[in-house]
Design a protein around this ligand. Structure first.
Ligand SMILES: [Mg+2]
Ligand SMILES: [Zn+2]
Length: 184
């Protein structure tokens, strides 16, 4: 197997992980980045990790905001992170209502598996970072290592003990540090 760095990726939840969880408003004014996120992602990218955002946006399916509003937030994130030299390879968005029982909503691993196929990733050398049980479970389901961040809903998730991440990290910056010291 080719073990070059480009076969590795970090899958990132969006709300509560790289930006504050703005609930269902889909409003650009509510986009507040988690402090240190850009610097953290830059270190991962520089170490050869591809970066993917994997996000459940059921607010679309619930009719709270449009798919276009989601795209606008992602354009805004691209602009913000580009200033730090960070580029996301792709955003994978599940717009469905939970009751749709779609194939793409975390904890289902579809988007991670799609990315692995398309970008030639070795999932055992990838990481899923998120603040909810569904993030950790999606990573487990895909065969990545998993990091629970304690921003967003992370502390509640940790307290529930319903899933067991490889590690809990204070925030995305601490998660990046852990990844870089536990890379394989
Ligand atoms: Mg989240
Ligand atoms: Zn979906």
């Amino acid at each position: 197997m080719n073990r070059t760095a480009s076969h590795r990726a970090v899958f990132l939840d969006r709300d509560g992980t790289i930006m504050e969880d703005s609930s269902y408003f889909g409003d650009l004014d509510r986009v507040v980045l988690i402090p240190g996120a850009a610097a953290a992602l830059k270190t991962l990218q520089d170490a050869g990790y591809r970066l993917f955002v994997i996000t459940n946006q059921s607010g679309v399916g619930r009719g709270y905001f449009s798919r276009e509003a989601v795209e606008a937030i992602h354009a805004h994130l691209d602009e913000y992170f580009a200033k730090a030299g960070v580029r996301f390879d792709r955003y994978y968005v599940c717009p469905h209502h939970p009751e749709d029982n779609c194939e793409c909503r975390k904890p289902k691993p579809k988007f991670l598996l799609d990315a692995a196929r398309e970008y030639g990733l070795d999932l055992s050398r990838c990481f899923m970072v998120g603040d909810r049980e569904s993030d950790i479970q999606a990573g487990i389901n895909a065969g990545t290592r998993t990091i629970l961040v304690l921003t967003g809903a992370g502390r509640d998730t940790l307290a529930k003990q319903a899933v067991k991440p490889d590690v809990a990290a204070e925030d995305i910056h601490a998660a990046a540090t852990w990844i870089l010291t536990h890379a394989s």
